[in-house]
Ligand binder design. Structure first.
Ligand code: 13P
Length: 252
């Protein structure tokens, strides 16, 4: 396993409904994490909650992430949120290309544009990749390779090293159908091999890899120890401070 600080990211998606609940959850998470620097814990509330949650976690070691960003830093784009606005709120990480956004029409090209604007403003992109289903012929590996290649077409080695790649097989998201340790390990090796081909080995080793898809307190330790990724992107289990803390503990 690589000797990097593990990264645990809680993607709250469109939850919770109220600001009060978002603030309470962030306080509970920050309190449990205390001043621990390892693993690096990141929470990604929805846009309306970013500002208040950001204030509550400011003095903790928990970092703030956004769930998306627009490609343009400024201008007349109704309904969009810019990287400059996110940066002003203290956001450090931005999730891009989540399968739930790709399902709404986000393409690899758009994901790449977003990654470039995020890097240009010195924030850290967490790029989600993953297959909808696994076929007998293992064609899903080609899709993963294509998603990585589209990044390599626009990002030089110095830039890709700053990207976090989250492997989130769509069939594992919100289904309770977690990928096996073998699946995760195999994908870690595959992604590293593809990145080595697209860049070089030393660059490939520097790209941080996360796994996401039904990560729970019960499976986190084994997935972390034997899956060889450097952390998790957690959905449902990040909405309960106790469960999220247990996942954090499992990689500590
Ligand atoms: P679940 O952990 O709820 O499966 O969600 C994973 C996810 O989509 C995180 O981005």
């Amino acid at each position: 396993m690589k000797q990097t600080v593990p990264l645990i990211v809680g993607n709250w998606k469109m939850n919770p409904v109220t600001m009060a609940d978002a603030v309470a959850l962030s306080i509970a998470i920050a309190r449990k994490q205390k001043t621990a620097l390892e693993p690096q814990v990141v929470i990604a509330p929805s846009f309306p909650h970013l500002s208040e949650v950001g204030k509550k976690i400011k003095k903790s070691t928990v970092a703030l992430a956004a769930q998306d960003v627009y490609t343009q830093p400024l201008g007349p784009f109704t309904g969009e949120v810019s990287i400059t606005q996110l940066k002003d709120l203290g956001v450090q990480y931005v999730i891009v290309g989540h399968s739930e956004r790709r399902a709404l029409g986000e393409t690899d090209e758009l994901v790449c544009e977003k990654v470039q604007v995020i890097l240009k403003h010195q924030l850290i992109p967490i790029v989600c990749i993953g297959e909808r289903e696994r076929d007998e012929q293992a064609n899903f590996f080609t899709l993963i390779e294509d998603q990585l290649r589209s990044l390599a077409e626009v990002l030089p080695a110095a830039a890709i090293k700053k990207v976090v790649v989250a492997y989130e097989p769509i069939w594992a998201i919100g289904t309770g159908n977690t990928a096996t340790v073998e699946d995760v390990k195999e994908m870690q090796l595959f992604i590293e091999t593809v990145l080595t081909k697209l860049y070089d080995r030393s660059t490939a080793r520097k790209v941080r890899l996360l796994y996401g898809g039904s990560v729970k307190p019960e499976n986190a330790a084994l997935l972390h120890q034997e899956g060889d990724m450097e952390g998790f992107l957690v959905g449902g289990a990040s909405l309960k401070a106790e469960d999220f803390a247990a996942i954090i503990k499992a990689v500590s």
